[in-house]
Write a protein that binds this ligand. Structure first.
Ligand code: ZN
Length: 318
């Protein structure tokens, strides 16, 4: 932790003075202001009752396994006392993966949206409606073929404003943005991007003409159903999307150790994430304002991959 936080030696978080004494309990005392600092203070490991060795093992499983790990598997493998603790550890790790100012996608970028989630068989009272979440997907094309990096984020809807905000967050201005014929894209890309519109394309054809977003959407849906057995609630979908693209974008990395190091480095330099922030319900931002299917968007991804069921399990009830 010391090495990750202060690679060039201790720097006091209180007064920014470089230099301190290491105390017997592992803390540092600043030689200027005499305040004492733990290496975990101000990181996501701050004030956690989970031992650091358990945290590091969780980071290793999260970073090194091809599909990551579910909260249930983590609880069992590390003999963590409760499902909520394991669930919150994984969500804390997910929350560090998005670094402010990270590089946006560039070059030729396919962009589309897809509904995640779907009908919930067995749930009475009409709760099945409106559980789908619209997710924006952007994937770089590489020459002569294949794909580069991807980005995904839940969208409030498929409007010009929502798509433009997604593009600005994830795609470098000046990139060539390739989309289907949905009418919001010309204005969403106006003045910022070189827009290539595949008009009149939907269903199977869209999957062929936008193979990158189609591939990423189906891999992500398969991952949610497989590793997480669909027990992903809509309010936390953004975290799962960040985890998916983090791993997807490192799929060619030969060194699992480097990915592990990167996760630890992000965790050690990230502000603490409180449990109440994890369980805060951002549903109002991620739930479509209208039921899916009423906005007239060509449901290209939907038709290609089919609606998938998922449970909306809250951590407390699981
Ligand atoms: Zn100081």
């Amino acid at each position: 932790m010391e090495w990750l936080r202060w690679p060039d030696g201790f720097v006091c978080p209180g007064c920014a003075h470089a230099g301190g004494w290491r105390l017997a309990d592992g803390r540092y005392e600043c030689t200027a202001c005499a305040s004492r600092t733990s290496p975990t203070a101000g990181t996501i490991f701050d004030r956690t009752r989970t031992p650091l060795t358990v945290w590091f093992t969780a980071c290793w499983l999260f970073a090194s396994q091809k599909d990551g790990i579910s909260a249930l598997s983590l609880k069992r493998q590390l003999e963590i006392g409760s499902y909520q603790t394991a669930w919150a550890m994984l969500h804390r790790l997910r929350s560090v993966l998005v670094r402010p100012g990270r590089d946006r996608l560039r070059g030729e970028v396919e962009v589309d949206e897809s509904y995640f989630g779907g009908e919930e068989p067995g749930l009475a009272g009409g709760r099945a409606k409106g559980k789908k979440v619209l997710v924006g997907i952007a994937v770089e094309r590489t020459e002569p073929k294949g794909f580069g990096r991807a980005r995904m984020a839940p969208l409030p809807d498929a409007s010009v404003d929502s798509l433009r905000a997604f593009l600005i967050d994830n795609v470098e201005p000046g990139a060539r943005v390739i989309t289907d014929g949905w009418r919001a894209y010309p204005r969403a890309t106006d003045g910022l991007y070189d827009h290539e519109r595949l008009s009149g394309v939907s269903g199977e054809d869209a999957a062929k003409l936008l193979p990158g977003v189609h591939k990423v959407a189906s891999l992500a849906k398969r991952w949610l159903l497989g590793t997480h057995q669909g027990s992903v609630d809509a309010a936390h979908l953004a975290g799962y999307m960040n985890e998916f693209v983090f791993r997807f974008n490192r799929r060619r990395s030969r060194s699992r150790g480097l990915v592990f190091y990167r996760v630890l480095e992000l965790a050690a330099t990230h502000d603490p994430v409180r449990y109440r922030d994890l369980i805060a319900n951002p549903r109002s931002r991620t739930t479509p304002r209208q039921p899916p299917g009423t906005r007239g968007h060509p449901p290209s991804m939907e038709r290609a991959t089919g609606g998938r069921p998922w449970r909306t399990t809250e951590p407390s009830s699981a």
